[in-house]
Design a protein around this ligand. Structure first.
Ligand SMILES: [Zn+2]
Length: 252
């Protein structure tokens, strides 16, 4: 029974140095629980490591440049850009890239983001957006150009509905385990274009522990908890819909 269900962690960082001590174990635990994972390079070094671990562990990959790297020189950004082009066939999408309200210099953030939107458009791949506090701005930049997945979506319900109506995807993270904002979001959305993620090793649902991809099951269970009251979905249906949403988004 335990292995009937299939899950995909749509966004995590297996390459993160936080996993240097137990990376193999973390991946094995996920695989033993039927959790597939998409690791997401977020800076040049992270992208190089992510490429390596993609091969070593046979996991899915996206490559990008986190908006927190706004101070990087053009030549570093170009290196990431070229790396993505060079490994086009090995990646499911471009990201994480985007805008962050807590990071200074929004003009430069937009310049970098646009460069990667153009690349995603050219490669005809979805884009994985980090849009903390600037979800609407991110949406305006990508809509009608590329399909996007809003990683750890934390915007409002109105925009969430608009995104989904325009074929974009919303990723619900482990934050839902304790955040009423994220619980409310799920309550007011159906499961169309919803995917789930952990953002491991970040956003742990367990105090004092690093997050890991197997915890994506907790996200699905929480969604079931929220939805079961209205009787629309069984647990099996929720698992299946979310799994297939992710496969459809990334064409896998
Ligand atoms: Zn991330």
């Amino acid at each position: 029974m335990k292995f009937k269900y299939k899950y995909i962690d749509a966004h995590c960082h297996i390459e993160d140095k936080g996993f240097n001590k137990n990376r193999g174990e973390v991946v094995e635990t996920a695989k033993n629980n039927n959790v597939e994972m998409i690791t997401s390079g977020a800076n040049f070094g992270g992208c190089i490591r992510a490429l390596k671990f993609k091969k070593e562990y046979n996991i899915y990959l996206t490559l990008g440049f986190h908006p927190g790297n706004v101070n990087a020189e053009d030549k570093i950004i170009d290196k990431v850009y070229n790396l993505i082009k060079q490994h086009e066939k090995e990646i499911l999408g471009v990201g994480e890239v985007g805008l962050d309200a807590n990071v200074h210099n929004i003009g430069r953030q937009k310049e970098i983001f646009n460069k990667f939107i153009n690349l995603a458009e050219e490669l005809n791949k979805p884009i994985i957006i980090h849009g903390r506090g600037l979800e609407r701005e991110c949406y305006n930049l990508v809509n009608n150009r590329v399909i996007s997945m809003f990683h750890c979506y934390s915007g409002d319900i109105e925009l969430a509905k608009e995104l989904i109506d325009n074929n974009h995807y919303i990723s619900i993270s482990t934050l839902i385990c304790f955040s009423t904002h994220h619980q409310e979001l799920v309550k007011h959305l159906d499961l169309e274009n919803i995917v789930v993620e952990t953002d491991s090793p970040y956003l742990s649902p367990i105090k004092g522990e690093k997050n890991q991809p197997v915890n994506v099951i907790k996200v699905v269970e929480k969604i079931y908890d929220i939805k079961k009251g209205d009787g629309t979905y069984s647990y099996d249906e929720i698992v299946n819909i979310i799994y297939h949403n992710t496969k459809k988004l990334f064409n896998i």
